[in-house]
Design a protein around this ligand. Structure first.
Ligand SMILES: [Zn+2]
Length: 117
């Protein structure tokens, strides 16, 4: 995703979030401060998770082995690349973010790693 595409996507996402929130407010004219806050947190948390995921995917410029061969954190053996795998990360507010990450396995101890984080 280019920066421009990301900007466009996030722009649409925030508009969606805002219109969803105003719509919700219209449907809940008697909502308390706490209820509004809860609803807002939920919607913003959702957006936050999606932005985080997009931004993290976008930062993956380094390809496997471009810098140095990733090594096993346990025994120091060079990790063998196995391909891409979805990695689930927990973020603020209990949201889950799924990232496609290159991963590898240590031939010695069988541990798998995501060197790109
Ligand atoms: Zn190892």
């Amino acid at each position: 995703m280019t920066a421009e595409e990301m900007k466009k996507k996030w722009g649409e996402m925030s508009e969606e979030m805002i219109s969803g929130m105003t719509e919700w407010r219209g449907l809940h004219p008697k909502a308390t401060f706490g209820e509004i806050e809860e609803e807002l947190d939920e919607r913003m948390g959702e957006m936050r998770a999606r932005m985080l995921s997009d931004a993290a995917m976008n930062s993956r410029k380094k390809k496997w082995g471009e810098e140095e061969q990733p090594k096993c954190k346990k025994c120091g053996t060079e990790i063998q690349k196995r391909g891409e795998k979805k990695r689930k990360l927990q973020t603020w507010g209990g949201k889950e973010v799924e990232l496609e990450r290159e991963y590898g396995v240590c031939p010695k101890c069988g541990e798998s790693f995501f060197p790109s984080g």
